[in-house]
Design a protein around this ligand. Structure first.
Ligand code: NAP
Length: 269
C-alpha cells in the first residue's frame, strides 16, 4: 500500500514518522513517501498520485488548489474549503479534511464539551477553518473568531458558522468563556518566546487549548494558572493522521493507538 504527503517544503514534516509508527503497530505493509511539488507541477503529480498510490495527505500550500483535481470531496472538506487527505479507490479520487476529525477526537479524549459552551478561536487560517466548522457542527453556544484584522475576514466563516462573532484582540480582553483555542502559529518552534494573548485572557477561560505541538508547553499554555486544564496539539496531530489511515484502511482505530504513537513521537521531538 503506497501513501505519501504532497506539499511544498516537507523536510520538517513529522508525518512520515507518524505513519511509519502506525504501520509498525498495525502490521500493515505500507510505505509513506514525501512528494514535494510546486503549484505549476500539481497537475503532473496529481496524475501520478491517481495512477500509482492508494492515498495521500496534502499540506501547505496545496490544500485548496488540490481540490480542483479531485473526483469527489467530502462535505466537511467542502465546507472548510480545504483538503488534507485523498483516497484513491477504483481509479477515483475523494478528498477529506482530517484536521476536522483530529481536532474533534482531541476534545473528546480530553473530555472537553462543546454544546452550549462559550468558545474563542485565535487566528483565521486553514486550521481555524477546520476548528470553527467542527465547533459549529457540535452546537457551540457562543463562538468568537479572534483576528488581528476583522475587516479582512470573508463570508466563508459566517457560512460555516452563522452565529460566529468576529472580534479583535482588544475585544477579546473583555470576554469570559469556557474554552480558548489557539490556531495561530504564535509560540511555535523556533520562535517560542511569545503568546498571542495576555495572561489575563487565558485566566478568563476555563480551558486552554493550543493546537501547536512543538513545543509541548507553549507560552500560552504556561500562562494558564496551576490546576487549569490545558491541552497541546500533539494528540490532534496524531489523531488527524490516524483519521487519514481510517479513511484509507476503511476501519476505525481505538484512541489507545493514538496514544501509543504519540508517546513514541514525543521521544523524538
Ligand atoms: P496559518 O494559516 O499560517 O495562520 C493562522 C492564522 O494565525 C493567520 O491566518 C492569522 O490570523 C494568525 N496569525 C499569523 N501570524 C500571527 C501573528 N504573528 N500574530 C497573531 N496572529 C497571527 O496557519 P495554520 O495552517 O492555520 O496553522 C496554525 C497553527 O496551527 C500552526 O502553528 C500549525 O502548526 C498548527 N496546526 C496544528 C495542527 C495539529 O494537528 N496539531 C494542525 C494544523 C495546524 P489573522 O490574520 O486573522 O490574525
Amino acid at each position: 500500500m503506497r501513501y505519501g504527503l504532497l506539499g511544498g517544503k516537507l523536510v520538517h514534516s513529522l508525518s512520515p514518522q507518524i505513519h511509519e509508527i502506525f504501520f509498525n503497530y498495525t502490521g500493515i505493509n505500507g510505505s509513506y513517501e514525501l512528494l514535494e511539488s510546486s503549484a505549476e507541477n500539481l497537475p503532473v503529480i496529481m496524475r501520478q498520485v491517481k495512477e500509482k498510490m492508494n492515498g495521500c495527505n496534502v499540506t501547505i500550500p496545496h490544500k485548496i488548489a488540490v481540490m480542483s483535481f479531485l473526483d469527489d470531496i467530502a462535505p466537511e472538506a467542502l465546507a472548510i474549503g480545504a483538503v488534507n487527505t485523498i483516497v484513491i479507490r477504483n481509479g477515483k479520487t475523494t478528498g477529506y479534511n482530517t484536521d476536522y476529525f483530529g481536532f474533534g477526537r482531541m476534545l473528546e479524549y480530553n473530555g472537553i464539551k462543546i454544546p452550549g459552551k462559550k468558545v474563542a478561536v485565535l487566528g483565521s487560517g486553514g486550521a481555524a477553518r477546520a476548528v470553527i466548522k467542527y465547533l459549529a457542527d457540535k452546537n457551540v453556544g457562543e463562538l468568537y473568531l479572534v483576528t488581528r484584522t476583522p475587516e479582512n475576514i470573508d463570508n466563508h466563516f459566517k457560512e460555516m458558522a452563522p452565529s460566529c462573532n468576529v472580534i479583535d484582540y482588544t475585544q477579546l480582553e473583555k470576554i469570559n468563556g469556557n474554552v480558548l483555542i489557539n490556531c495561530t502559529p504564535v509560540g511555535m518552534y523556533p520562535r517560542m518566546d511569545a503568546s498571542p494573548v495576555k495572561r489575563k485572557v487565558v485566566e478568563a477561560f476555563g480551558v486552554a487549548v493550543d493546537i501547536i505541538y512543538n513545543p509541548a508547553q507553549t507560552i500560552l499554555l504556561q500562562q494558564a494558572a496551576a490546576g487549569k486544564k490545558t491541552v497541546n496539539g500533539l494528540f490532534m496531530l496524531v489523531a488527524q493522521a490516524v483519521a487519514a489511515q481510517e479513511i484509507w484502511q476503511g476501519r476505525q482505530y481505538d484512541s489507545s493507538l493514538i496514544l501509543k504513537i504519540m508517546k513514541d513521537l514525543e521521544r523524538n521531538i
